[in-house]
Ligand binder design. Structure first.
Ligand SMILES: Cc1cc2nc3c(=O)[nH]c(=O)nc-3n(C[C@H](O)[C@H](O)[C@H](O)COP(=O)(O)OP(=O)(O)OC[C@H]3O[C@@H](n4cnc5c(N)ncnc54)[C@H](O)[C@@H]3O)c2cc1C
Ligand code: SF4
Length: 499
């Protein structure tokens, strides 16, 4: 194919690592139908459009920026039968469109560490077909093949995994972590234009959003994303490890990097993120437990869920091993945090409503755990996460929500369901202190919805879970509950209103 034929940049391919050689003309398509079809978080719509328009402005005359109703219409209007190139899109829907267009040559994916074919070969050899893949094995393989955080053929620091040293509760009586504030960008004229457009679309009834609009808080340009990476690796990485799993009501970010949206928009390459963290560790600026913790998140988890998106196949999104069919209630769909009494859920839902972001433990152990206990439909929940989070993309949702959070794949992704009673939230946060419920109570007026919900969940799925070696003890615990009947009766009497 002619090396000068135009190259198509999707809206999540915005960094320099997606550019073809000098002089190759570029095209970007802003498709309004994306927002018409689903009710996205307003902050997410803003971020994506702002990032695309900023990129177009940087690329100047080299790029043709097409505003169209759909991708197909936009690309056909631009190409008029000419051939194009593109790097592998990140969703099955986009990959299918590119294939159906017929005039687009697909180049390998960028923005991830390992080529898909190499992963498929590794997974086939490691029990992928039998469903016994292990994330930890994958992570070691990535570290070895990428020579990442290695000392010859041994892990730097003598261990692959510092999880055991991490997972600390928040410091006692602290309202926030004593770390430099995360980088926050400043809005500019491009953001003003985006805001005007979104206001107009909403006014005209073309689209509807969920969540609050506020100043943009995530990077929309490469320069902003690099600033965020620098602020994280120089000032905040050191405390990442110990408090990775902790939650504080007044400090939603703690030591988290806030880099997911930048990596998922393609503004940052994950390789540069982990190399910067490694360099900080080697220079003695951050302890190995934090460096390894961050590298594991990016090279272990992010990379793993990307690879599994393709490896597990399209059917995976429809899995529903626990037969969960309850629809998501209105208050949850509307992010109506003020309607919720349970302090942990209200706090986290408020964070999502106001910013489209919360860190991984609130996602897993507050939002996801609640949905799992209530038997909410996993496909609907996947859609909710996708729409409501600034970093939500189809590829990152499936393994995280269907697999990790909802156990809807019956254990292909994790060896046990991730849910807990209020004791976990109480240990890992300061949230229970000011709550109307008590984490230790499972029946009565002050019964914690998570504690009661946990036992009800175990009871509902007793048959399936008692054979799981990691759950058997918990299931046995049901037999010791003298008030189980009362607990189940109280749960049966609940409607789908906010807890
Ligand atoms: C139910 C559920 C839904 C999630 N949805 C998303 C999502 O839509 N988009 C998304 O990027 N992440 C998602 N995650 C993973 C994780 O919660 C976010 O990546 C993280 O909270 C983003 O904040 P951060 O950048 O400060 O992350 P940090 O805690 O600083 O972690 C560093 C980086 O590791 C990567 N990472 C860590 N864990 C994962 C993971 N499981 N999957 C993918 N990347 C990971 C991210 O790129 C992140 O920026 C989800 C996790 C769960 C349990
Ligand atoms: S008591 Fe229960 S509902 Fe209240 S904050 Fe703790 S875990 Fe959440």
């Amino acid at each position: 194919m002619d090396s000068r034929c135009p190259h198509w940049l999707f809206g999540d391919q915005l960094g320099p690592h997606f550019l073809p050689g000098d002089g190759v003309p570029l095209v970007m398509v802003e498709a309004k139908s994306v927002f018409r079809r689903r009710r996205f978080h307003r902050a997410k719509a803003h971020l994506v459009l702002s990032a695309m328009r900023h990129r177009a402005a940087e690329l100047g005359e080299r790029v043709t920026y097409v505003r169209a109703e759909t991708y197909r219409e936009g690309i056909e209007r631009f190409a008029r039968g000419r051939r194009l190139t593109v790097h592998h899109p990140t969703s099955r829907a986009a990959a299918g469109l590119v294939e159906r267009l017929g005039n687009v040559e697909v180049r390998p994916a960028r923005g991830f560490l390992v080529p898909r074919v190499e992963f498929a070969a590794w997974a086939d050899q490691h029990g992928g077909a039998r469903g016994t893949l292990r994330q930890e094995d994958f992570y070691h393989w990535v570290r070895r093949t990428q020579d990442l955080l290695m000392d010859g053929d041994q892990p730097l620091g003598g261990r692959w995994n510092f999880d055991h040293d991490n997972r600390e509760p928040p410091p006692r009586r602290a309202e926030s972590l004593d770390v430099p504030a995360p980088y926050r960008p400043r809005e500019d004229a491009v953001d003003e234009e985006v805001r005007r457009d979104l206001d107009r679309w909403e006014r005209d009834g073309d689209v509807a959003f969920v969540g609050r609009d506020g100043p943009r808080v995530f990077p929309a340009t490469r320069r902003e994303a690099l600033n965020a990476l620098k602020r994280f690796t120089t000032g905040r990485l050191a405390t990442f490890g110990p408090y990775e799993d902790a939650m504080l009501a007044g400090d939603p970010v703690m030591s988290h990097s806030l880099l997911s949206s930048s990596m998922n928009l393609g503004l940052l390459d994950p390789d540069e993120c982990v190399r910067r963290a490694e360099a900080a560790g080697r220079a003695g600026d951050a302890p190995m437990r934090s460096v390894e913790g961050f590298v594991r998140q990016v090279a272990g988890w992010r990379e793993y869920v990307w690879q599994l998106y393709w490896y597990f196949g399209e059917d995976y999104r429809h899995r529903n091993a626990l037969g969960a069919t309850q629809p998501l209630p209105r208050w949850f769909l509307d992010l109506d945090a003020d309607a919720v009494t349970a302090r942990c859920l209200a706090t986290v839902l408020r964070q999502v409503r106001d910013s489209g972001w919360t860190h991984h433990i609130p996602r897993l152990m507050v939002l996801g755990s609640f949905a799992l206990q209530r038997g909410w439909d996993p496909a609907e929940l996947t859609d909710w996460f996708h729409r409501c989070f600034v970093d939500g993309y189809d590829w990152v949702m499936l393994a995280n929500v269907v697999g990790m959070s909802q156990y809807a794949d019956g254990g292909r992704m994790t060896s046990k369901p991730y849910t807990s009673g209020g004791a976990y939230v109480n240990r890992m946060s300061d949230l229970c202190g000011g709550c109307a419920y008590r984490p230790t109570e499972r029946t009565g007026e002050r019964a914690c919805p998570y504690t009661a919900g946990y036992w009800a969940f175990l009871d509902r799925h007793r048959d399936r879970l008692e054979g799981n070696p990691r759950m058997a003890r918990a299931v046995k615990g049901l037999d010791r509950l003298k008030d189980l009947r009362r607990l189940l009766d109280e749960r049966a009497g609940l409607d789908d209103g906010p807890p």
